[in-house]
Design a protein around this ligand. Structure first.
Ligand code: 13P
Ligand code: ZN
Length: 278
């Protein structure tokens, strides 16, 4: 069943676990993730990048995702990831998304608050909860994840949450998007301090390539939603590359890539502890 961001994160808080949020792109990635969630009996967040809203892909994909969610008896949240602005957010609400992220994290604090608060108010008209971002989570390719002065500060996070009304907060604590050049080292103590200061579910972006022991520590410190995209894409694309090119039926060709996505999702659900809690 399709549920809201707040509802699914409430489950995570109650059980002290973390809900996986997988970026999906097409039927096959949705199928792989949903198979894993069903097998593990795990709540799951299916999210799509803002660019898929802009380029039109979200229109058909939304119907597909909502269909899978409706047919499942698991809690499934359909979420906009890194929402670029009001236009993308309004379209996403129209497509049936039940969670919205607004990413104004490159702006100075005051402007981030104003932009995020505006989106929270807008989404509140239709009862949809919002994830904001404070402390910019960059790209691993830029190698800037160890620049600690850009990390989220607990006291600013408390102000951001109370002045915007976000239901979840994405924090910069040492992760980055994409393939890491060297293993990330998460600031677990900072996660615990932000959690104490804000008392809301925290979100970790850049989940690909984070070692399992650090993921477990981050969840113990208060991370309740964790995003995975790059490694899911690689699992899918690598499986396509290895496929027998003489297979002509696209459905047959896609069997292995779907299984590769399912395997990746199963592993992450296992580490996050969200399986079998319902
Ligand atoms: P990765 O691509 O590094 O897994 O990050 C995912 C993410 O944060 C999506 O918002
Ligand atoms: Zn992200």
């Amino acid at each position: 069943m399709l549920v809201g961001l707040r509802e699914i994160l409430d489950i995570a808080e109650k059980e002290s676990v973390c809900i996986p949020a997988f970026n999906v792109y097409n039927l096959e990635t949705v199928k792989g993730v949903m198979r894993a969630a069903e097998k593990m009996r795990s709540p799951v967040i299916l999210q799509i990048y803002s660019r898929l809203v802009t380029n039109g892909a979200a229109e058909g994909l939304s119907e597909l995702i909502c269909g899978f969610a409706d047919r499942s008896n698991l809690p499934v949240c359909f979420h906009l990831d890194h929402g670029a602005g009001e236009k993308e957010v309004v379209r996403s609400l129209r497509y049936g998304m039940t969670g919205i992220m607004i990413d104004a994290s490159t702006l100075p604090l005051e402007e981030n608050i104003v932009a995020t608060r505006g989106i929270v108010r807008l989404c509140d008209h239709v009862g949809v909860a919002v994830e904001g971002e404070l402390g910019h989570i960059g790209k691993a390719a830029d190698g800037d994840e160890s620049v600690t002065h850009e990390y989220t500060r607990p006291e600013e996070a408390a102000r951001f949450v109370s002045e915007t009304g976000v239901a979840a907060l994405a924090v910069m604590v040492g992760t980055a998007h994409g393939k890491y050049k060297k293993l990330p080292v998460l600031d677990i103590d900072r996660i615990a301090r932000i959690k104490k200061a804000t008392a809301i579910p925290l979100v970790l972006h850049g989940g690909s390539g984070v070692p399992d022991d650090q993921i477990r520590s981050a969840v113990a410190a208060g991370i309740r939603k964790m995003n995975f995209s790059t490694d899911l894409c690689c699992a899918f694309l690598d499986a396509c590359r290895l496929r027998d090119k003489s297979i002509v039926g696209i459905d047959l060709f896609m069997e292995e890539p779907i299984r590769a996505v399912e395997k990746f999702a199963l592993e992450k659900i296992d580490v996050l502890g969200s399986g079998g809690i319902l």
